[in-house]
Design a protein around this ligand. Structure first.
Ligand code: DX5
Ligand code: ZN
Length: 218
């Protein structure tokens, strides 16, 4: 079954608790929590204290760290209650060590790849991560259009994991909507992040059901 993770970046910030509970009741599996530092990406977003409060709203938190020197903050986000912590391969100078640090902190470890990053780097940390996050937009902002070439990369990552006998899941983030989801799932996505399309949908529950039903559309 496809998992759906609404991105809090697209929620109404004046009503965050309500916005989290709304998607939880609508069938979301995780809350996708985008952390941006104004350095790795141009935008600035949320920190560990907000994550701690968000985690109390009932969904397991999937923390996507778009920050330089992620090793400095992994423990803080773990302590705040994240279930998954994902670091960018481009931002982690010592990716292998970061992944060990995430697991040692009791979380599931994820590796994110920017659109122009080759999935090859995953080969050398195979077995050290639980999730590969394929970015289908350049990270930093919600509401962008999916970059079509990244769909092929979802398939490449999926095959690489199968060939290695690795049971890590493939998460896709950026430009996910009802039109792109079936292609992403067909390519091998297990978990879909959706921000603007999901929070902008009239009925979150039927939107999430449609994303989960993307498997049947090909
Ligand atoms: C982008 C973030 C995404 C973003 C997705 O840098 O990592 O999680 O919120 O937003 P949409 O679904 O609107 O592309
Ligand atoms: Zn994200």
């Amino acid at each position: 079954m496809i998992k759906v993770a609404p991105s809090l970046l697209a929620a109404d910030y004046m009503r965050l608790g309500e916005e989290i509970r709304r998607v939880a009741e609508a069938g979301a599996d995780y809350l996708h929590f985008d952390v941006m530092d104004g350095s790795f990406v141009p935008n600035i977003s949320f920190g560990p204290e907000l994550l701690r409060q968000a985690a109390a709203c009932g969904l397991p938190v999937d923390a996507h760290l778009m920050i330089v020197n992620p090793e400095k903050y992994i423990d803080a986000f773990a302590k705040a209650g994240a279930e998954i912590i994902t670091v960018h391969a481009e931002a982690a100078t010592h990716l292998h060590r970061c992944l060990q640090q995430i697991r040692a902190a009791g979380c599931l470890a994820g590796v994110a790849l920017n659109p122009a990053t080759s999935p090859d780097c995953l080969r050398y940390v195979m077995g050290d991560f639980d999730l590969a996050l394929v970015m289908t937009v350049n990270p930093g902002y919600g509401g962008q259009r999916l970059i079509p070439a990244c769909i092929r990369k979802v398939g490449e990552v999926r095959s690489m994991l199968w060939e290695a006998g690795c049971d890590a899941i493939v998460e896709v983030d950026g430009g996910v909507n009802l039109a792109t989801a079936p292609r992403l799932v067909e390519a091998g996505a297990d978990m879909l992040v959706a921000g603007s399309a999901l929070y902008g949908a009239e009925d979150a529950q039927s939107f999430i059901e449609a994303l989960k039903g993307a498997e049947e559309q090909f």
